[in-house]
Design a protein around this ligand. Sequence first.
Ligand code: FES
Length: 136
Amino acid sequence: MTSIADILAEHKDKEGPLLPILHDVQKAFGHVSEDAMREIAQTLNLTRAEVYGVVSFYHDFRKEAEARPVLKLCRAEACKARGVEALMPIADTQSRVKVEAIYCLGLCAVGPSAMAGDKVYARLDDAKFKSLLEAM
Ligand code: FES
């Protein structure tokens, strides 16, 4: 199992290591805890406020673990124009998957789009969206 120390050792001598470290910590543990932020700050010779500021600024970073699987559903303009709002009642009536808003996945022409983990989904309609939620 990966530890924060392993992740820090992998990145600490690279240029601009903070974001890659935060991404790897989040990928390994599902969130960036206060303890992790403290350890990262100490290793990179940053203040805890600097690390906390970056974690807080980017909505992709979580400070607490999410028990449910997370689906990021694009709510930006092109996906709105292609019908994402019609999917919201489906998202709102289930609680097994946490559906979060994201603003543009770069799949505007084939929206509505969503992302779960590293995988993206396009051309979502009611049936595809329901089956995606059930599969998660
Ligand atoms: S607006 Fe949804 S992918 Fe760009």
